[in-house]
Design a protein around this ligand. Structure first.
Ligand code: NAD
Length: 357
């Protein structure tokens, strides 16, 4: 297949890890007979320096005209004092909104041999492979009324509104069921239906969508129990379907089970172009030293292959190459352990390309 990929490396380690993911995508394209083209765009602090805004219109146009977006990271201490409208991080919200990315997919997978990186016991986390599907453009972060108002007695009142429509719930549920079909076919939908009406509707709509996916097992869990079960017995989960706020919290909890932020990819999907990025930031403390772990970004490229282009076989090749490289003992500094071979960012990228065979 042919695909146009917009490349937004951004700031800090973004500029080091994204080229490694491109290396891997090029190798996969060559191996499997695909034609991927890569076009660089500006985003974040780097765009701010160049053209005065963190998300230039040219970048948005490029993203919209592409089949997928590969993003590194944005931000850094240099821009921390700026007004919020100019902060590099604004570009993330801007591009997500412009592309209508309503579904955020975050896998939390523990690679073999990395169990010791988790703060939980090895026997609890070994073998976990969870996908959190989070609704990204609705719920309490966007609902109205919202704000802080002064009361006549001099006190103040802060308000946010948790609101979901049938359509918003249905489309994120469809993403979760489709994803489950390509995994172990099991969904736990997270809500607080014992207390919240919006959750009652959520549960009803998700149950309705389930009728179209009889091959997928659906369970429901209250969010407080889900938070507990994630640390008690995380292996019970395959896909966790969450609203915006519950997904925000539980995806961080699930991610941390695996121990290393440098390993975790994400995909944000909408009606058309998907955006694929590591979950970590620009890591200014290690930027420019060739020590950042590129695996989160390479795994994001694998998500691009499967969720963006429906190239599941190719995505699996990349996943297997990551596993093989770790099995061979290659480690970047953040995941090093005694007896392993510590390599830099570019060497890890090269080793994964070699493991593709
Ligand atoms: P961070 O994720 O950049 O770094 C947190 C810690 O993890 C640091 O110690 C860092 O060295 C380490 N780390 C991160 N990625 C790594 C990798 N690939 N390999 C090895 N170690 C890695 O979070 P932060 O320090 O809180 O934020 C730094 C900047 O990034 C801030 O400006 C923040 O706003 C921004 N940020 C951007 C994004 C994004 O672009 N999506 C996300 C989070 C934070």
């Amino acid at each position: 297949m042919k695909a146009k990929i917009a490349v937004l490396a951004g700031d800090g380690v973004g500029r080091e890890i994204v080229p490694e993911a491109i290396k891997v995508l090029k190798a996969v394209a060559e191996k499997c007979g695909h034609a991927f083209t890569f076009t660089q765009g500006d985003i974040g602090g780097q765009a701010l320096e160049k053209v005065g805004v963190p998300l230039p219109q040219d970048t948005l146009n490029l993203a919209k005209q592409s089949d997928a977006v590969l993003l590194g990271a944005v931000g850094g201490p240099k821009w921390e004092g700026l007004d919020y409208s100019l902060r590099p991080e604004r570009a993330l919200l801007g591009i997500r909104e412009a592309l209508g990315l309503y579904a955020n997919l975050r896998p939390a997978k523990l690679y073999p041999n990395l169990a010791e990186a988790s703060t939980l016991k090895k026997e609890v986390v070994e073998g976990i492979d969870i996908l959190v599907v989070r609704e990204l453009t609705g719920g309490i972060y966007f609902g109205k009324p919202k704000g802080i108002e002064k009361l006549p007695n001099g006190s103040e009142r802060g308000t946010n509104t948790e609101v979901y429509t049938t359509e918003e719930i249905r489309r994120i549920a469809v993403v979760a069921f489709e994803a489950a079909r390509r995994r172990r076919k099991k969904i736990v939908s997270v809500d607080k239906a014992n207390v919240l009406e919006s959750s009652e509707l959520w549960r009803r709509v998700v149950t309705g969508v389930h009728q179209d996916y009889p091959d997928v097992e659906l369970g429901h869990m209250y969010v407080d129990n889900a938070a507990m079960q994630l640390v008690r017995n995380p292996r019970q989960f395959d896909v966790m379907l969450c609203n915006n706020m519950f997904g925000d919290i539980l995806s961080d909890e699930a991610a941390m089970l695996t121990g290393s932020i440098g390993m975790l990819p994400s995909a944000s999907l909408g009606a058309q172009v998907g955006l694929f990025e590591p979950i970590h930031g620009s890591a200014p403390d290690i930027a420019g030293k060739n020590i950042a772990n590129p695996i989160a970004t390479i795994a994001s490229a694998a998500m691009m292959l499967s969720f963006g282009f429906k190239l599941d076989k190719e995505a699996e090749l990349v996943e297997q190459a990551i596993v093989k490289t770790l099995d061979l003992g290659y480690r970047t500094k953040d995941i090093q352990s005694p007896g392993m071979r510590v390599v830099g960012t570019t060497e890890m990228g090269d080793a994964i390309v070699r493991s593709l065979g």
